[in-house]
Design a protein around this ligand. Structure first.
Ligand SMILES: Cc1cc2nc3c(=O)[nH]c(=O)nc-3n(C[C@H](O)[C@H](O)[C@H](O)COP(=O)(O)OP(=O)(O)OC[C@H]3O[C@@H](n4cnc5c(N)ncnc54)[C@H](O)[C@@H]3O)c2cc1C
Length: 464
């Protein structure tokens, strides 16, 4: 065994093989997701439903798949740590958002798709069907579910532009979709083809509905009651830069807490474990610093701007760790580049501290971008690491001009990344990225053009 692999193995938690078994590779997640979507439709094939033509059969297929996709939205956003497909929170949250938009669009079309053939027969026929649908007591649950669904998807898409408080939005988002879930299930089991005629499909749809509502109740009540038994303590809060706080929590409970460098947690400092006021932040410390965990928190809105009003020693509820970024993914890489944009420095620092604690002998490069030099955090510690780590250098990039020597001006671009990577080794080099969504998207394309395989690029967006 080489010195390098020995160093990495020393830090490997015992539970890792179990977690590895439970995790599905990202490339297989989409396939697993699509297979799950098809389950209810495949079950309907045993029924020999008389669809009255191809159009009606296609609509039956789309409705069944869309309804399943709707139910799967709950586990996708359900912070499920141990279920293979849903434990990759980065992947599942981005799927939840994308699929949510498509579902909103599809359900908007749902009544139009049903009524269009009747309009094609004659306009009068179509209008009669519209009036019948609107006035039918049997369709009332479906109509309310449809209206709430469309409105709530629009709210979710425009929540930032509408400047709705995040906690208010989150609470109404949950309640709204629980209502849609129950009413839509009533609708499909009373008028839908696959529920109306077959009792086992009523059981299937109600089972999925119970799972979805149960998951919301579990997350909001059961899980929070468990978290109440193992609070952390706010150990310190200091200024890290002109826009960032350095926050340290300590696990004073007898409950075990472990994490991998690169992961994140939800913290709740409100004093009530049942409050919706919880925020996700990446852990910036490494596992050797436990029982303390540190975070770098950028002032952005009402919560992050008032962190100095918290009391040292107060209880903080911690849900996590979550996230799939891990040094396990680069065990065989010949070198590592860490790229941090603004508040994305937290997980990059965690990885860097872990690599330093492991005395990792590989070349490690850090590219750290911010608007101005005053926003760079922990420069003393990072400069000290440049002297003590076997092969580590940092390159700072500032949007605004600065007198500090060696700092690149602008944003992180291809040329700056290329400087950190030996071109001969590009295909065996690993890159970790964290920052705003726009930065991640543009850098992913840059990394491809530099010859770094997609499988070697690991990233975390600091937004859901
Ligand atoms: C996986 C992940 C890791 C993150 N890591 C860090 C980090 O290490 N350091 C850091 O400074 N920031 C991090 N963030 C961002 C941080 O969560 C938000 O900046 C913070 O919650 C903003 O709260 P606010 O009330 O001050 O601002 P607001 O103005 O209320 O919110 C600004 C934006 O932050 C998002 N946001 C707000 N509240 C929440 C919430 N409860 N849950 C999810 N998103 C929310 C919303 O998109 C909102 O539009 C991370 C976000 C995610 C998703």
């Amino acid at each position: 065994m080489t010195e390098q692999s020995l160093a990495i193995n020393r830090s490997r938690p015992i539970r890792r093989p179990i977690r590895r078994l439970l995790q599905i590779r990202k490339s297989n997640l989409v396939v697993a997701y699509l297979v799950i979507l098809l389950v209810p439709y495949l079950a309907t094939l045993s029924l020999n439903i008389d669809y009255k033509g191809l159009y009606s059969a296609a609509l039956g297929f789309l409705n069944t798949v869309a309804m399943m996709a709707f139910f799967i939205q709950f586990p996708l956003a359900g912070r499920l740590k141990y279920l293979p497909m849903f434990s990759n929170i980065d992947w599942s949250m981005s799927r939840h958002k994308k699929v949510g938009k498509w579902l909103g669009f599809f359900f908007l079309l749902h009544p139009l798709l049903i009524l269009t053939p009747r309009f094609l027969v004659s306009f009068d026929d179509g209008m009669t069907s519209v009036v019948e649908a609107i006035t039918s007591p049997q369709l009332l649950t479906g109509i309310i579910a449809w209206l709430v669904m469309i409105l709530w998807v629009v709210l979710a898409i425009f929540k930032d532009r509408l400047r709705i408080n995040y906690e208010t939005w989150h609470l109404t988002h949950l309640l709204g979709f629980v209502i849609v879930c129950v009413l839509a299930t009533l609708h499909i089991t009373s008028v839908g083809r696959h529920g109306q005629f077959e009792a086992q499909f009523n059981i299937l749809w109600w089972g999925l509905c119970a799972m979805s509502v149960g998951l919301v109740l579990y997350n909001q009540l059961v899980k929070k009651t468990i978290l109440k038994q193992k609070p952390f303590t706010l150990a310190s809060i200091t200024r890290g830069s002109s826009r960032d706080w350095l926050v340290t929590l300590r696990n004073d409970s007898s409950h075990d807490f472990s994490f991998e460098a690169g992961q994140f947690i939800w913290i709740n400092t409100s004093g009530s474990v049942y409050s919706m006021n919880e925020h996700p932040f990446s852990i910036a410390s490494c596992s050797k610093q436990l029982p303390e965990i540190a975070m770098i928190i950028r002032e952005l809105g009402d919560y992050t701007s008032q962190l100095d009003t918290l009391t040292i020693g107060q209880q903080v509820y911690v849900d996590g760790p979550y996230g799939s970024m891990s040094l396990r993914d680069s065990e065989t890489a010949r070198g590592i580049t860490l790229i941090a944009g603004g508040a994305g420095m937290g997980p990059m620092l965690s990885l860097l501290r872990e690599l330093a604690a492991n005395h990792d002998p590989r070349p490690i490069r850090l590219l750290y971008g911010n608007n101005d030099y005053e926003q760079m955090v922990l420069q003393e510690e990072i400069q000290a690491l440049q002297k003590t780590m076997p092969d580590f250098t940092q390159q700072l990039v500032c949007d605004k001009p600065t007198d500090i020597p060696g700092v690149h001006q602008g944003v992180i671009v291809n040329d700056y990344i290329a400087e950190t990577i030996d071109p001969e080794l590009a295909n065996v080099w690993a890159v970790y990225l964290c920052g705003p969504q726009a930065m991640i998207e543009s850098l992913k394309a840059s990394l491809r053009s530099l010859g770094i395989p997609e499988a070697n690029v690991h990233y975390e967006e600091i937004s859901f």
